[in-house]
Design a protein around this ligand. Structure first.
Ligand code: FES
Length: 208
C-alpha cells in the first residue's frame, strides 16, 4: 500500500515533464524523499531516484549536495533554519541563533537528544522586510502533514517561546511576531496612502 502510494506520487511528479526530460523530476523527488525520511536524504534514496529517472547516481548526488535545503544527515523533527544573510544579521539573527542554541543545548546542525529539534542556517529566504526570521521545517507528520513555515520579526525571547510551543505540539502563528505589524506593513499601522487617491491631472484639450 505504502509502495503503491509512493509510486503514484513519483508518477505524478514525472507527469509534469516530457518523457525525455525525466531528470527534471530530481529536485521534487529529493524533496519527497526528504519529507518521507524524517528530514534527510540517504544515499539509498538518491540511488533510487537516479534509477527512476535513468541517470548516473552522481547526477543526483550533485543536485542534493548543491542545494542547502537538502539535508544529508539526520535533523530534528523540527528543523529550525536561521536566516544568516545581511538584513537579518544586522537585525540580530546572531542573537536569535545564540538563544536557540543555548536554550536547546546544541551546536549548529546538532540534534537534541530527544530528536525533536535541530538548528541550521540558511541564506536569505526572501523575507528581509520582516528581519530577523527563521523557517521551521516540520517533519513530525510525515510527507502528508509536512509544513515549512516562516516566523518573522523575532526576538531572542520570542524564538524560545516558539520552540516551547512546538514542543507542546501547538502550532504557533506564522509570519510576523510583532503584534503591532500586519504582515509586512508598518508597525502601528499605515501612515501614508490612507484615502482614495486623486485622479492624475488631465489636460483639457477642448480649452486649446
Ligand atoms: S536576509 Fe533574512 S530573509 Fe532576507
Amino acid at each position: 500500500m505504502v509502495l503503491r502510494l509512493i509510486f503514484a506520487l513519483v508518477n505524478e511528479i514525472l507527469s509534469h515533464y516530457p518523457s525525455n526530460y525525466k531528470q527534471s523530476g530530481i529536485i521534487p523527488m529529493l524533496d519527497l524523499a526528504q519529507q518521507q525520511h524524517g528530514g534527510w536524504v540517504p544515499v539509498a534514496a538518491m540511488d533510487a531516484i537516479a534509477k527512476i529517472v535513468g541517470v548516473a547516481p552522481i547526477r543526483v548526488y550533485e543536485v542534493a549536495t548543491f542545494y542547502s535545503m537538502f539535508n544529508r544527515t539526520k535533523v530534528g523533527k523540527y528543523h529550525l533554519l536561521v536566516c544568516g544573510t545581511t538584513p537579518c544579521m544586522i537585525r540580530g539573527s546572531r542573537d536569535i541563533e545564540d538563544a536557540l542554541l543555548k536554550h536547546l543545548g546544541v551546536k549548529r546542525n546538532e540534534v537534541t537528544s530527544d530528536g525533536l529539534f535541530s538548528v541550521g542556517e540558511m541564506e536569505c529566504m526572501g523575507c528581509c522586510v520582516n528581519a530577523p526570521m527563521i523557517a521551521v521545517a516540520d517533519y513530525t507528520k510525515g510527507s502528508d502533514g509536512y509544513t515549512y513555515n516562516y516566523y518573522e520579526d523575532l526576538t531572542p525571547k520570542r524564538v524560545v517561546e516558539l520552540v516551547e510551543m512546538l514542543r507542546r505540539g501547538e502550532t504557533p502563528p506564522r509570519g510576523t511576531q510583532n503584534p503591532e505589524r500586519k504582515n509586512c506593513g508598518p508597525a502601528g499601522g499605515m501612515t501614508t496612502l490612507l484615502g482614495e487617491p486623486k485622479p492624475p491631472p488631465c489636460r483639457d484639450l477642448d480649452a486649446c
